[in-house]
Design a protein around this ligand. Structure first.
Ligand code: MN
Length: 285
């Protein structure tokens, strides 16, 4: 593959500590003043708390419209309930994929209040033509998510495809989401087609990425955003195992109007979402 097609890191961003829900301490990585969005990624939150006081109150009933939430649990357990009658138990290594579409009310509550609760929630936008689709819910148990192992490399396919295997998760726009572990001295190429935006979030260790002649280092706790290109090259040049999340998805290229838990194309549509929620329309089938 020609060198010019390898994407270069253009931004490196540190997550910001904040709280959400009923006072759950989180680190917001996308969806901040520094990086409001990366089309079509609207938000990326990390929750990683070993003190129940920091997470036990969870995220009681709240609405969403116009996008999808994809929650990946690393440790601990959460229970999801929603206004469509879905109930899911998120355990370590599982993915919960909720397509809010025209409107859903859900709660996300810790199942136990001791031990580590650790996971990531990604908000993926929907294009105008799908914003008002019927809500969908997918519970993907850890053992249903395929893992590709090569020497020194382990890739768990959360969404999309890698190495000839496909996640059972159903995407509504082209979207790849991978949990990647690299031993020291290994490298990996991952697909990030030109019409997509892509990022990595490093969970453990550090990586070098970009064209080999111009590597940039991304350390644990940081998000790396790539510029234009067709593929990404990620290398573990350190002496410690590294663990990261990789995501790439098709740009939607439409106006984004955000109002709290609603993400539409215009502020008028956001106002309508608040009205529909307040007048009980989200509870109608
Ligand atoms: Mn939610």
């Amino acid at each position: 593959m020609a060198k010019e097609t390898i994407r270069q890191i253009t931004r490196i961003i540190k997550g910001q500590n904040t709280s959400d829900g009923a006072g759950v301490k989180i680190k917001r990585i996308i969806g901040t003043g520094e990086l409001n969005q990366l089309d079509p990624f609207l938000l990326l939150d990390e929750f990683k708390n070993d003190n129940p006081d920091d997470y036990a109150a969870g995220f009681p009933d709240h609405p969403h419209r116009g996008f999808e939430t994809i929650t990946y649990m690393m440790a601990g357990a959460f229970t999801h309930r929603d206004s469509r009658g879905n109930e899911g138990h998120l355990t370590s290594g599982s993915v919960q994929w909720m397509t809010a579409g025209k409107g859903i009310i859900h709660s996300e509550m810790p199942e136990q209040t001791d031990g580590l609760a650790w996971g990531y929630q990604l908000w993926l936008n929907l294009p105008k033509k799908l914003k008002m689709m019927e809500p969908q819910y997918q519970d993907l148990a850890s053992e249903t998510l395929p893992v590709v192992e090569k020497t020194g490399i382990r890739v768990k396919v959360l969404a999309g495809e890698y190495g000839g295997v496909q996640s059972p998760g159903k995407s509504f726009i082209p979207f790849t989401y991978l949990d990647v572990q690299l031993d020291p001295g290994t490298f990996i190429f991952l697909p990030a087609p030109p019409d997509q935006n892509a990022f990595i979030y490093v969970i453990k260790g550090k990586v070098e990425t970009g064209p080999e002649t111009n590597f940039r280092e991304v350390k644990n706790g940081f998000l790396g955003v790539w510029g234009e290109g067709e593929t990404v090259l990620i290398k573990n040049g350190g002496n410690e195992k590294t663990h990261l999340l990789f995501a790439s998805a098709q740009k939607i290229n439409e106006p984004v109007a955000r109002g709290g838990p609603f993400v539409m194309n215009t502020m008028g549509e956001v106002k309508q979402a608040f009205y529909d929620y307040q007048t009980g329309n989200f509870l109608k089938p």
